[in-house]
Design a protein around this ligand. Structure first.
Ligand SMILES: [Zn+2]
Length: 203
């Protein structure tokens, strides 16, 4: 009996962790938002990834060895082996107010505008749709006994995540992406109104 109770409490604790994992983090959301250095530690190595120029057919094609050289082992697993990162583990799962564009983490193709990002509560960065439909390839995925729509980068055909028909307006879709499959590029700051150069007179 005692053993059963122990087992039950273990299961309860495991379930609590499973469902409350993100909630725990969201209580320190404000702190995390203001601490960009902390976020940077879990960000993909953006500096190493200059966008790849597509060929005449608009595609980027690298060998497995070339992808391995370009990506971290974690990125390679997600992007080239259709892996899935742990919920709430990535750099981008929180909804924030940043303006900019999320690019493919493998080739640098612009995929999602930050304006389409929403808080899905799943622990993965979620968008209502790509910048344009031709940026993402939809593919039927029957792994794990489920029928899902897998999303690939249209330029390099790297795995990004899956999309579901339970998203908010305007599309009703939820593109559930892996942070490690994306690289965020903030929008340039708004240009200040030109001021006269020193010594220049304003007439
Ligand atoms: Zn790509």
């Amino acid at each position: 009996m005692t053993r059963l109770r122990h087992a039950l409490s273990f299961v309860t604790a495991a379930l609590a962790l499973l469902f409350a994992g993100c909630d725990e983090s969201s209580t320190v959301l404000g702190e995390a938002r203001s601490n960009s250095a902390a976020e940077a530690t879990s960000s993909p190595p953006a500096a190493a990834l200059a966008p790849l120029a597509p060929g005449p057919d608009g595609k980027v094609r690298l060998s497995e060895a070339e992808w391995r050289a370009r990506l971290t082992p974690e990125q390679f697993h997600i992007l080239r082996e259709a892996g899935t990162e742990r919920a709430c583990s990535g750099a981008y799962w929180r909804k924030d107010e940043k303006k900019g564009v999320y690019h493919c983490g493998a080739c640098g193709f612009a995929l999602f505008d930050a304006a389409s990002k929403f808080d899905s509560g799943t622990g993965w960065p979620s968008f209502t749709g790509p910048i344009s439909p031709d940026r993402v390839i939809n593919k039927v995925d029957t792994s794990f006994g489920m029928i899902r729509t897998e999303n690939l980068c249209a330029r390099c055909e790297s795995h990004l995540g899956h999309s579901f028909e339970d998203g908010p307006p305007p599309t009703g879709l939820r593109y559930c992406m892996n942070s490690l499959a994306l690289r965020f590029e903030p929008a340039p700051p708004a240009r200040p109104t030109p001021s006269p150069a020193p010594g220049e007179t304003t007439k």
